[in-house]
Ligand binder design. Structure first.
Ligand code: PRX
Length: 669
């Protein structure tokens, strides 16, 4: 397939199903779940007697300091799993392996981005024993700095082992981490500090990305200076900033506030008892975009999250002791939490971590990593696969990818062409592909093939994981007929579900549990085919999925409107061959201000500064007025159509006039 035509396939082709791939018998024989019958039987049990099923799993999978007394207390929409139990996440990821043959097995194998043809790559390996020591040390640093159970810690680091160490150290002492993706701006850091009330920030002097240095510490400095509209400091709860020296990048260290990681680590012991935490103790907060307002702090708690991430990692990736498992996600996203750190380490696996971009120094960096590290499982995003297709098969062909035995995708629908390319050119037609559907809120994979058991159809995430009851419903909450589109809901609670939104219980009910009675609304559109397979279409709320990143249109709009020259803004998505969706902003300007190309670029940079480069609009279109309904609501559907019509050619600064269009279609949307 020529790369051009492959990359051109529109995301809508996700609705075309024409191939079924049966598990290879030699894979099934060794798999954890060996057949469709076995899956169906276990699934039936998990749904008919969820408490028995999950009780057995919790007993088998986790190490408890105190056993729970009830598996589930369900008072919709509030769930408590394994009430009365006490355990510790870092104990389950580290200590449990210490007196076993796993102690000297690599837990994390890391490669930094910098590349010099004449030198070996920057690499680091931490065995379970070494990782345990580092985590204990950093837990002691946190304790020394006064961090106590329940305190919030912001982690704003590049993809370096210290990110996992800091996360695990928090869990060791019961502190609640909130990891902020390194691509977010100072403003975003400040908002997250303010919302979570964090007392400490862990950052680095810089991180490498496509050959450049991301100035993380500088962003933290700026975040700590930002003021709200009343002139008060936004991020005023922060007392200490611990800085990893990663990039030898010159930074300012403020006396009394800023401390070097390596200096702190030298002065503390390498053991630290793991604090027994309640099953429902907050574990982490991860901010994610919603359809309104600022990002929401998704709250996950201890036992259910750990069980979900552990079990799915083993069964979905059919993990084995000898695997070198690589999930390419950044720890700033939920995929990095569940499938770089907690899931793999709770299974005693070797988790590979890479710091940088897939095309640095050349578009074959991933394939070179797979060859050199003998990676066996690769889990990445469709947007990356589409970029690889565009770059061409010559890049993977330069490398020996025979070590791979399983491939996964996550984050957005995968178009069948990208699935086939991945299957053929990366998986050598022998590796099963698991297309995994889940969300920050679900904590762990929810709809997915189990390799060896569930036949796959390119573009479908196939069937639900154990204990998960998804349905496709209409606005009244009734199940729609087979092959009709509808809303994807989850009917029953599951252990790794979010427990709420940090500091906003009412919004939790309203966002997730009010749309369809007693069901969790995912925000996704979906259909179920005649085999019961789920085909996720994508978001049907005002959330966009740009290159696998979740971006709220409302957030981008308020960032644009905060620019002094802007009167109003409306942001919509348009289909994009590479990124799935691209961001298009329609903007009206104040008074007599005239649009020009400079202002367009200024606004794009303004959004990058307010939120982060991931939210920078691909296209900004200036308008005289925005089309509105009689009640004054912006007609987004109309703007989506205009945006999907392609970029305007010629003078792109021309003002668009939607007044006529708006008058023609003035129905309340
Ligand atoms: O729209 C779905 C899409 O990503 C959204 C969740 O985004 P986030 O919370 O950032 O988590 C991403 C990684 C788990 C979902 O609502 N999505 C995720 N995986 C898939 C997907 N869409 C289709 N197929 C998938 N496999």
């Amino acid at each position: 397939m020529p790369p051009e035509s492959a990359a051109n396939s529109a995301i809508t082709s996700v609705l075309r199903e024409d191939r079924v791939f049966l598990p290879a018998p030699e894979f099934s024989q060794r798999a954890h779940i060996k057949s469709l019958d076995e899956y169906q039987e276990l699934y039936r049990r998990s749904i008919e007697s969820p408490e028995t099923f999950w009780g057995e799993q919790a007993e088998k999978e986790l190490v408890w300091f105190e056993r729970w007394h009830s598996v589930l207390n369900w008072n919709p929409p509030l769930a408590q799993w394994f009430s009365g139990g006490r355990l510790n996440v870092s104990y389950n990821c580290l200590d449990r392996w210490l007196n076993t043959p796993y102690a000297d097995k690599p837990a994390i194998v890391w490669e930094g981005e910098p590349w010099d043809q004449n030198k070996p790559a920057q690499q680091k390996t931490l065995t379970y024993r070494e990782l345990h020591q580092e985590v204990c040390r950093f837990a002691n640093v946190l304790l020394k700095l006064g961090i106590r159970p329940g305190d919030r810690v912001i982690i704003y680091l590049p993809m370096i082992p210290e990110a996992a160490i800091a996360m695990l150290a928090c869990t060791r002492i019961g502190a609640v981490h909130s990891v902020v993706f390194g691509g977010f701006s100072a403003h975003s850091v400040a908002d997250r500090i303010a919302d979570s009330g964090a007392r400490l920030v862990v950052t680095a002097d810089g991180g490498f990305r496509r050959g450049a240095i991301v100035p993380l510490k500088k962003n933290v400095d700026d975040a700590l200076e930002l003021k709200d509209t009343r002139g008060a400091l936004l991020a005023r709860t922060v007392e200490k900033v611990v800085v990893v020296c990663r990039a030898s990048n010159p930074i300012e260290m403020r006396d009394g506030r800023d401390l070097w990681w390596h200096e702190q680590m030298q002065s503390v012991p390498a053991d630290c008892a793991a604090t027994p935490m309640d099953s429902e103790a907050p574990l982490f907060i991860l901010y994610t975009s919603g359809s309104t307002g600022k990002p929401k702090g998704i709250l996950h708690t201890t036992a259910g999250y750990l069980l979900g991430s552990k079990l799915t990692t083993r069964l979905v990736f059919d993990l084995r002791d000898e695997d070198i498992y690589w999930c390419t996600a950044d720890v700033g996203w939920v995929t990095g939490h569940s499938y770089v750190v907690y899931g793999p380490l709770a299974n005693g696996a070797t988790s590979f971590m890479y710091e940088g971009a897939p095309n640095y120094p050349e578009p074959d960096r991933f394939w070179s990593i797979i060859e050199r590290h003998r990676v066996t499982i690769l889990y990445t995003a469709p947007t990356a696969i589409r970029a690889f297709m565009k770059w061409g098969v010559e890049w993977p062909r330069k490398h020996d990818l025979a070590s791979l035995r399983l491939l996964g995708t996550v984050g957005e629908p995968i178009n069948p062409e990208a699935w086939m390319w991945y299957h053929e050119h990366i998986g050598g037609k022998r590796c099963p592909i698991v297309d995994t559907w889940w969300q920050t809120e679900t904590g762990a994979i929810m709809i997915t093939p189990l390799p060896g058991a569930i036949p796959t159809k390119p573009g479908s995430a196939t069937l639900p994981f154990f204990g998960v009851v998804p349905e496709v419903v209409n606005d009244k909450g009734e199940v729609v007929p087979c092959n009709s589109g509808g809303k994807l809901v989850i009917r029953k609670p599951w252990p790794s579900m979010l427990r709420g939104l940090w500091g906003d219980p009412e919004r939790y009910r309203q966002v997730y549990w009010s749309d369809v009675k007693d069901s969790y609304f995912t925000g996704d559109g979906c259909r179920q085919d005649e085999d019961g397979y789920f085909w996720i279409v994508g978001r049907i709320d005002d959330v966009l999925n740009v290159a696998g990143h979740r971006i709220g249109t409302a957030e981008v709009e308020s960032a644009i409107v905060s620019h002094p020259k802007v009167a109003e803004a409306a942001v919509v998505g348009r289909p994009d061959d590479l990124k799935g969706q691209a961001l298009v902003a329609f903007v009206t300007l104040k008074g007599a201000i005239k649009p020009d190309a400079n202002l367009r670029e200024e606004l794009r940079q303004h959004v990058a500064k307010e939120i982060g480069p991931v939210a920078r609009p691909d296209d900004i279109r200036f308008a005289e007025a925005l089309p509105k309904t009689r009640s004054g609501k912006i007609m987004r559907r109309l703007l989506k159509q205009v945006a999907a019509g392609g970029e305007i050619k010629g003078d792109t600064t021309t003002l668009e006039d939607f007044t006529v269009l708006a008058r023609l279609s003035q129905t309340d949307e």
